[in-house]
Design a binder for this molecule. Structure first.
Ligand SMILES: Cc1cc2nc3c(=O)[nH]c(=O)nc-3n(C[C@H](O)[C@H](O)[C@H](O)COP(=O)(O)OP(=O)(O)OC[C@H]3O[C@@H](n4cnc5c(N)ncnc54)[C@H](O)[C@@H]3O)c2cc1C
Length: 411
């Protein structure tokens, strides 16, 4: 197999694959991206985009548009659900000396994907092939080939490198025989979306977390199709119940009423159920194949970190592939990619997303009191609040990996 075609191939046109294509395309590299769907999926997944990620999206000129179609949210809150008490409020303004983006932007991931797709249209060196599914991967010393099923049948495409950004069930990861160790939570997470205005009626802010030993909840605002926007509420579900039982009209209404009692029935515009995992791929590099986004790591959504990590993978990888292909840098840089991004996935995102869940669902009264008191103390102390937000916003993670060098790569 010869590297006749210097393309970078990308499997998966979710937000991570698209962002990688944009960054590589802007550097003048030839990119061919395949996605099995005809357009970005519109289900209610990521919205929260943290400061560390906004820094990268800002370099690509996306932040202004994301703010326009989304919501700028500097504050988030922790509530104790049984007592209805506001425990702590964190304002990203304490990060104004650390970042140009001392806030998160709540922008639904399909909108971000759409914004990127529009920019890709202006790059003749980037080809987006929707309705094309990558089914096989093979590589030699100097090229990688993918077999792709599309509307006109099966085709083979060769490139210099392949980015597997094809989501949690990644075909690329399977084809490369890369282990995806970790675990699956027994409870699925249900997302119920309603136009009910929790800010006006309850004083909740656009990112509100509720600790409850019985049933925790996250409550988020997204701008949807424009004002007044929609609120997404997220809960754990009973593993013994079937999807039909969890998703019935009665069940979803009862869940919302139990959590947020209201005189009138809730309007529920979407209901979605997700199996949730905590897994990290054993390696993010396999020769000429690189994994990014959910193909490389998955986690529960509390704290909104999965896609943020994926965007950061894409930026890190695009910079290194550019250095290798355009500037003649050693391809050991791609091992540094593996080292840096696996460190973020394991030391930051896995650890924090599990800790976030533990904090919200703690049952032991002593532990609950300790957790909530500690949150109050952190929020009341600007220096500790800043440290807390540096981690929550993934700025600390980005700084940690920026300090890693090729000397730390073995071999
Ligand atoms: C309820 C919920 C809330 C969340 N909230 C947040 C949040 O607030 N912030 C955050 O950072 N993260 C959040 N996440 C996580 C976030 O949704 C994911 O991390 C994100 O979707 C990962 O993007 P991706 O591009 O890697 O993968 P995906 O979005 O899964 O995209 C993968 C793409 O690959 C395509 N594909 C798959 N297989 C193939 C193939 N063989 N060939 C070609 N194409 C293929 C698919 O069609 C898809 O378009 C949340 C997740 C859930 C479930």
């Amino acid at each position: 197999m010869a590297a006749k075609d210097p393309h970078i191939l990308i499997a998966g046109g979710g937000p991570v694959g698209l962002f990688a294509a944009l960054l590589l395309g802007r550097r003048g590299l030839r990119v061919r991206l395949f996605d099995e769907n005809a357009s970005p999926q519109a289900d209610p997944r990521a919205a929260t985009t943290h400061p560390a990620t906004l820094e990268l999206l800002g370099e690509a000129g996306l932040v202004e548009d994301m703010a326009r179609v989304g919501l700028v949210a500097p504050i988030f809150q922790f509530w104790d659900r049984p007592s209805g008490t506001l425990i702590a409020e964190f304002d990203h303004a304490v990060l104004k000396g650390d970042t140009d983006y001392p806030y998160v932007i709540q922008c639904e991931q399909f909108k971000t994907a759409q914004l990127i797709l529009e920019r890709l249209k202006a790059l003749p060196n980037v080809e987006v092939m929707q309705s094309h599914r990558v089914v096989e991967v093979e590589q030699s010393g100097d090229a990688v080939e993918v077999v792709v099923d599309g509307p006109d049948g099966r085709g083979v495409h060769a490139g210099a490198y392949l980015i597997g950004a094809d989501g949690g069930r990644s075909t690329v990861r399977h084809q490369c025989g890369i282990d995806f160790a970790g675990f699956t939570w027994p409870e699925r997470f249900i997302v119920l979306t309603t136009p009910f205005d929790f800010a006006a009626s309850r004083g909740y802010c656009p990112r509100s977390y509720f600790a409850d030993p019985e049933e925790w909840c996250n409550c988020f605002k997204v701008s949807a199709d424009g004002p007044p926007g929609l609120w997404r509420t997220v809960y754990p579900t009973d593993p013994a119940l079937s999807e039909a039982q969890l998703m019935s009209d009665e069940a979803v209404q009862a869940r919302l009423q139990k959590f947020f009692p209201s005189a009138a029935p809730y309007a529920i515009v979407h209901r979605n159920l997700y199996v949730t995992h905590q897994r990290v791929a054993a390696r993010f590099r396999h020769g000429r194949v690189l994994l990014a986004g959910d193909a490389a790591h998955v986690n529960n959504p509390i704290g909104g970190m999965g896609l943020n990590g994926g965007f950061q993978d894409a930026a890190n990888l695009a910079e290194k592939l550019g250095a290798v292909l355009l500037d003649g840098a050693s391809d050991r840089l791609l091992d540094l990619y593996n080292l840096q991004r696996r460190a973020v996935a394991t030391e930051f995102v896995q650890e924090q997303s599990i800790a976030n869940k533990n904090r919200l669902e703690a049952r032991d009264p002593e532990m609950r009191r300790h957790n909530l008191d500690e949150l109050r103390r952190i929020a009341d102390d600007p220096a500790r609040a800043r440290q807390f937000l540096l981690r929550a916003s993934l700025l600390a993670a980005q700084r940690r990996v920026a300090a890693m060098t090729l000397d730390e790569v073995r071999g």
